[in-house]
Write a protein that binds this ligand. Structure first.
Ligand SMILES: [Mg+2]
Length: 322
């Protein structure tokens, strides 16, 4: 039975589906658990494709302000890392591959390209919202997508456009000259966007993410590079001191996530890449054991429930919450 070790000092955790449902706030239990662990001096490095405002809204603003300097946010898939000062989000990130790589001109051009693609497809763009609510509002129409500008990353949620029927495909075929035969619109969006970024020399990569998203993220950036910048290259020196040595990490550090399967892209594996390979990672999704990457110490959560509910169960079993 998996339980939390007393020697644990740092938890490196994914956010969506590990700590909170996508576009939903974290549950009361998760918040109580995080607060209890912060009180005991544990530190958290939240790593996510989301932006800093989103993670603050859904999680951090409900955590004790006095312990917020025990928290780091790795945002936009690792493009930036943020900390807190006097309980508030710091004014600037410790590390930003976005600000380092992008001129104002590039920031503008990138957004123009995406507006062009939205026009080409005739998409109606809505703000992000929980899946159930979007299903209600969009009624399954693939022309309706969610759009979020996270500053260092932009995301399209092509919820209804990943498996088109003949009629829907015909609609897009008539209006989009570069539509590929694939019934998942993301394939055409990604290919076309990457061609345009390359032509204009903009260091952004379009890639499929989650179950129905397209992420437009800073090129060459991963969750691994963000973690390494902090843990080994002193990018948050003065904020987080006494980072455990690599020898100490297997006993003092743990990774939480929900996507490690090598078949499904396994984006949470990027967190493992940054640490000695025997550091334990818990997979809170029910993924087939045979699909887990062998070179890391990824273990499947062995409780009754999974995803965020599994994380709650882990906190309960370990005596963190009642
Ligand atoms: Mg996740």
């Amino acid at each position: 039975m998996l339980t939390m070790r007393n020697s644990l000092r740092i938890i490196v955790s994914d956010v969506d589906d590990t700590l909170a449902d996508v576009y939903e706030p974290a549950s009361e239990n998760i918040i109580s658990g995080l607060n209890a662990m912060l009180e005991r001096g544990k530190r958290f490095f939240f790593i996510s494709g989301q932006g800093e405002q989103n993670i603050c809204e859904r999680i951090v603003r409900r955590l004790h302000p006095i312990y917020r300097n025990q928290i780091l946010l790795g945002t936009c898939s690792g493009a930036e890392v943020w900390g807190f000062s006097d309980g508030k989000l710091a004014e600037a990130p410790f590390y930003s591959m976005y600000e380092d790589k992008f001129t104002e001109e590039m920031k503008r051009e990138w957004r123009e390209i995406l507006r062009g693609i939205i026009d080409d497809f005739g998409f109606l763009v809505l703000e992000t919202m929980p899946r159930d609510r979007f299903a209600e509002v969009s009624g399954g129409d693939p022309k309706i997508i969610m759009y979020e500008d996270r500053r260092a990353q932009i995301t399209f949620e092509v919820v209804n456009g990943c498996n088109l029927n003949d009629e829907q495909y015909g609609y897009f075929k008539e209006r989009v000259p570069y539509l590929l035969p694939d019934r998942d619109l993301r394939v055409s969006i990604i290919r076309h966007a990457n061609e345009l970024f390359e032509k204009k020399n903009i260091p952004i990569t379009a890639r499929a993410a989650g179950t129905f998203a397209v992420d437009f993220a800073v090129k060459g950036v991963t969750k691994t590079t963000a973690i390494e910048a902090i843990m080994y290259h002193g990018k948050a020196a003065g904020y987080w001191e006494n980072i455990p040595s690599k020898e100490e990490m297997p006993l003092t550090l743990e990774i939480w996530g929900d996507k490690f399967s090598t078949v499904n892209g396994g984006t949470d594996t990027h967190m493992c890449e940054a640490f000695p390979h025997d550091v334990r990672a818990i997979d809170f999704r029910e993924e087939p054991k045979g699909e887990l990457p062998e070179r890391f110490n990824v273990v499947l959560w062995d409780g009754e429930q999974h995803l965020c509910k599994g994380t709650e169960e882990y906190m309960k079993r370990s005596g963190v919450i009642q």
